[in-house]
Design a protein around this ligand. Structure first.
Ligand SMILES: NC(=O)c1ccc[n+]([C@@H]2O[C@H](COP(=O)([O-])OP(=O)(O)OC[C@H]3O[C@@H](n4cnc5c(N)ncnc54)[C@H](OP(=O)(O)O)[C@@H]3O)[C@@H](O)[C@H]2O)c1
Length: 237
């Protein structure tokens, strides 16, 4: 599908990658861009239409969908992350539940609310922002990575489930991006605007999965090997 002329709804568009998705959609000629966020008060970016949505809340998601019934492209971007000790950490289960609520069930909720709208508007597309940690977990990201692996699985099921409606479902795998989420990480990071441009180019090319950076492409390329990178990740992972 073309971004030009589309009506885009981005979740978690208050800042970070979500705001980049919203701004780049506008720059690429989207006819309307809904910037979905938990706290729209005071949000004032020319051309973007703030809409309240909390992806952990069914009522809020349903209300946003009914207000934005002309949407043709849903970007499931909202996400949370937290570092901790690892899978044996006593807080692992509670933390994973919290991550799942936003990072996985948030995608499910928004997709369930918007899929009939996209279908009625000709099919359109759903973009799910996942991560390279869906394939390469490390102890301090165990809970976050579990939620992204689950969201990857949901993305694959969703893609097949909406085939009959002509809706393109795009999974986005990406490494570190320069946003608040990884503010304290001293690593190489992608520019969120570049990430958004790469993803939209993939949507326009009809891709089903966008691997944004070299490291992510490398991780995926090793998955079927006997020494897949997740067995022994480099220290920089
Ligand atoms: N940064 C990275 O290195 C990186 C790498 C791979 C994937 N990702 C993924 O990229 C996506 C965007 O993250 P980011 O890096 O832009 O992080 P961020 O700067 O922390 O922004 C997160 C966004 O999600 C919103 N959000 C959180 N919980 C929400 C909820 N329940 N309902 C609606 N919105 C909610 C936040 O809204 P508030 O302003 O209200 O908090 C904010 O707009 C996430 O899915 C993240 O997992 C990020």
């Amino acid at each position: 599908m073309n971004i030009s002329g589309s009506v885009v709804f981005v979740t978690g568009a208050s800042r970070g990658l979500g705001l980049a998705f919203a701004k780049v959609a506008l720059a690429l000629g989207a006819s309307k861009v809904y910037a979905g966020m938990r706290n729209p008060a005071g949000f004032d970016v020319p051309g973007l239409i703030p809409v309240h949505i909390d992806v952990t809340d069914d009522v809020s998601v349903a209300s946003a969908a009914s207000k934005c019934a002309d949407t043709t492209l849903l970007v499931n971007n909202a996400g949370i992350g937290e570092v901790h000790e690892g899978a044996l950490d006593k807080g692992m289960i509670d933390l994973t539940r919290r991550m799942m609520e936003t990072n996985c069930y948030g995608i499910v909720r928004a997709s369930q609310a918007f899929a009939p709208i996209l279908a009625a508007n000709g099919g359109g597309a759903i973009v799910n922002v996942l991560s390279d940690v869906a394939w390469l977990s490390v102890p301090m990201l165990a809970a976050y990575a579990a939620s992204k692996s689950a969201a990857w699985s949901v993305t694959n099921a969703l893609r097949l489930g909406v085939k009959g409606s002509n809706t393109q479902v795009v999974g986005v795998h990406v490494g570190f991006i320069d946003t608040d989420l990884v503010r304290g990480f001293d690593v190489q990071k992608s520019d969120p605007l570049d990430v958004a441009r790469t993803v939209y180019a993939g949507v326009e090319a009809g891709e089903l999965e966008v691997l944004v950076d070299e490291k992510t492409r490398y991780i995926k390329s090793t998955l079927s090997l006997p020494d897949a990178v997740y067995f022994n990740p480099p220290a920089s992972a």
